[in-house]
Design a protein around this ligand. Structure first.
Ligand code: DUC
Ligand code: ZN
Ligand code: ZN
Length: 488
């Protein structure tokens, strides 16, 4: 008699700690058992394949609203298709707040757009203008399950100064949210960029010159120091080098709750990619900038040591040819007017597996920890990132030996290029199940747009403050807003 609706049979189950031969039994949307000789109404043969939790990508820009109206080029339909083709079943993308506007207007619009997702999703809320009114909206937001805030320490339209950052940290501490931080020094970049432009250095490669590692290292140190002052846990986004990671390791060693992610672009690309002929270099422009080969090897070390424990994509939807893409300000646009960001949702797992596991830099359990288990744990996605009874049956069947040449037509996104065109990788997603339903098989997405669910994230212990405050005074608890008034 069948005990399960579906059994994934005969594969090697990989978790963040073990890899072993077992069947996985699924009832409805959840994993019900991991064991031997399980009997199901249906079964899938996973012989020769790795059976892993679906990827959890906690940093993706999908259909991000633009201040001038409309969205970036990637929609939830195409973005989620790319995710499935690359083995990812959950994404956290960004609801934006624009200067002078409340959170709720854009959040409601963004929620509607996200209904098209074929994978499960949650949101980080970008705060670009922490006025009394905006800060007062945050408790409601967190209550509704949007339990992470995103702040930028650079970019003209969104960067926060130290006082504003402290305000966001404080409200996060009071409400039980995690703060994620883009760490680069706004003024230092602006100062260098102006000097480069004045000197006629406008080509894409000068993007890297405008923001050397030290501007990221300084901002990372400052982001951590202020978080330590408030006693508010944070995650540092897209760490580009071991030098930056060292600031994080030092803080972790003294007990600060700070986590860190990097992205495949920092492990595979360098600043020299932006020096390709003509305007091609624009395809490789992202922030922070990719560095050099030495920085890549240093980053692998910090991954092995556990300083960096998440690899996300920072997927950003800017085409090469489209009106909203890299050439939107013309091919002669100075580097300061070229949108930053690379597509990466579909290539995150193949690149990390190929460069990491296949080349012996990390093992397969590290891989699962970095792309699924730890992102789920840090962001409170309690039913994701695990192959264990009770977890959602988001299952990735992965061929660890298959060699594939990356070409843009395999990736499903709306973007007309990939920075990894022509690269051969070892390891590829064969099939994906989302909550027990087949969602992708052999390069074909079978999940319908709209099959994804919004994941409201409840309070969880990991992101509780440590309780260690300088002289014991909890300034955040006083809830004094930027105007000097008490917030309600
Ligand atoms: N950097 C960001 O901070 N966001 C999107 C893309 C990028 O390169
Ligand atoms: Zn960023
Ligand atoms: Zn980003």
């Amino acid at each position: 008699m069948a005990d399960y609706n579906l059994v994934v049979r005969g594969g090697t189950v990989v978790t963040a700690s073990d890899a072993y031969r077992a069947d996985v039994g699924i009832i409805g949307e959840r994993i019900a058992a991991v064991g031997e000789n399980l009997q199901g109404e249906r079964s899938v043969d996973a012989g020769g394949l790795l059976v892993m939790p679906g990827g959890v990508d906690t940093h993706c820009h999908i259909a991000q609203l633009r201040p001038e109206g409309g969205t970036d080029e990637e929609s939830f339909t195409t973005g989620s298709a790319a995710a499935l083709l690359g083995g990812t079943t959950t994404a956290i993308s960004f609801s934006t707040q624009f200067k002078g506007q409340p959170i709720r207007d854009t959040l409601n619009e963004y929620r509607e757009l996200a209904r098209a997702s074929a994978i499960d999703y949650s949101f980080h809320q970008i705060i670009s203008d922490p006025t009394d009114e905006v800060l007062a909206e945050i408790p409601g937001l967190v209550e509704a399950g949007i339990r992470s805030l995103k702040v930028f320490l650079t970019y003209d339209t969104v960067h926060l100064d130290d006082r504003q950052y402290l305000q966001v940290l404080s409200v996060a501490r009071r409400t039980g949210a995690l703060v994620t931080v883009h760490c680069e020094n706004y003024d230092a970049i602006d100062w260098r960029a102006r000097a480069l432009l004045a000197d006629g250095r406008t080509a894409p490669k000068y993007h890297a010159w405008s923001r050397p590692e030290i501007v990221e290292r300084e901002a990372t140190y400052r982001a951590i120091a202020l978080a330590e002052l408030v006693d508010q846990p944070i995650q540092i986004f897209h760490v580009s080098s071991a030098g930056v990671a060292k600031e994080i390791a030092r803080a972790q060693a003294r007990g600060v709750k700070v986590w860190a992610e990097t992205c495949p672009q920092y492990l595979t690309l360098t600043a020299a990619d932006m020096d390709r002929p003509g305007f091609e270099g624009a395809k490789y422009m992202c922030s922070p900038s990719p560095r050099d080969v030495q920085a890549q090897e240093g980053l692998w070390d910090t991954i092995r040591r556990g300083t960096i424990d998440v690899v996300s994509s920072d997927h950003s939807g800017f085409s090469y040819h489209g009106d909203l893409g890299k050439r939107s300000n013309g091919e002669d646009a100075p580097f300061t007017n070229i949108p930053n960001g690379l597509p990466g949702l579909a290539t995150r797992l193949p690149l990390l597996f190929s460069e990491g596991v296949a080349k012996g830099r990390i093992d397969v359990t590290d891989f699962v920890r970095l792309v699924a288990s730890q992102p789920a744990r840090i962001f409170g996605l309690t039913r994701k990132g695990r192959i264990a009874p009770g977890a959602d049956a988001d299952i990735l069947l992965w061929d660890p030996t298959r060699k594939v040449k990356i070409t843009n037509d395999k990736l499903g996104h709306a973007i007309d290029h990939t920075p990894y065109e022509g690269m051969e990788v070892t390891g590829w997603a064969e099939a994906v199940f989302l909550r027990g339903q087949l969602a992708m098989q052999s390069g074909k997405v079978v999940a319908a747009p709209g099959s994804g669910k919004f994941l409201a994230r409840d309070a969880y212990d990991l992101i509780k403050p440590t309780g260690r405050l300088a002289d014991g005074f909890d300034a955040a608890a006083m809830a004094v807003g930027p105007s000097g008034k008490r917030l309600v």
